[in-house]
Design a protein around this ligand. Structure first.
Ligand SMILES: [Zn+2]
Length: 189
């Protein structure tokens, strides 16, 4: 039986897009490439350094309803954004944070999970189902969770206890409400 993947994104409608973003033809990637041509036509080199202006790294879920720059008032060049399914602090996120801090000067870490996350409807059984389907168990954990607040706390703890990071004194965690757009801060205790 095929594994049923949950849909962690919103449906692919473009009604809110500006008029110049209306797809013409071809695949979705063609549409993105066309949009890029318009973007590049208006683009001017900001002359920026690779170091984020606000010295902050944001780790967030990849959820399509979370527009990090708009939701946090971020501008081009302000921050590093590190995203995956769930905003989980995996070894690879620690890798990115380590480079962010040690090579590119960031000092603060903001963690953002959200309401209605696809990982709440999965369990570690997902790995078993995958193994049954493809004959190989994935090396990675699904990192499913039941309690989003607790998952944010756990994520903060993973960052705080990493031996590789230089700065662990300004780590804050939040849940983004996809219906109101508001962040709710999670007490680390
Ligand atoms: Zn999510």
């Amino acid at each position: 039986m095929p594994v049923t993947f949950i849909d962690m994104s919103t449906s692919a409608h473009f009604s809110a897009a500006p008029a110049d973003a209306i797809p013409t033809s071809g695949t979705v990637t063609d549409r993105l490439v066309e949009a890029n041509e318009r973007y590049a036509a208006r683009f001017t080199d900001p002359g920026m350094d690779a170091k984020p202006v606000l010295n902050v790294a944001v780790v967030a879920c990849m959820d399509a309803r979370l527009d990090l720059h708009a939701a946090l008032g971020l501008e081009l060049g302000d921050c590093h954004t590190i995203r995956n399914a769930g905003g989980v602090v995996t070894d690879d996120v620690i890798r990115s944070l380590t480079i962010s801090q040690r090579a590119l000067g960031t000092r603060s870490v903001v963690l953002i999970h959200h309401t209605g996350c696809g990982l709440e409807s999965l369990t570690e059984e997902f790995r078993h189902e995958l193994e049954m389907e493809v004959g190989q168990r994935p090396a990675w954990a699904v990192e499913a969770f039941r309690d989003v607040d607790q998952d944010v706390r756990q994520s903060m703890q993973r960052v705080r206890t990493s031996p590789f990071l230089l700065h662990t004194d300004d780590i804050r965690g939040f849940v983004f409400d996809v219906t109101t757009g508001l962040l709710r801060e999670i007490d680390p205790a």
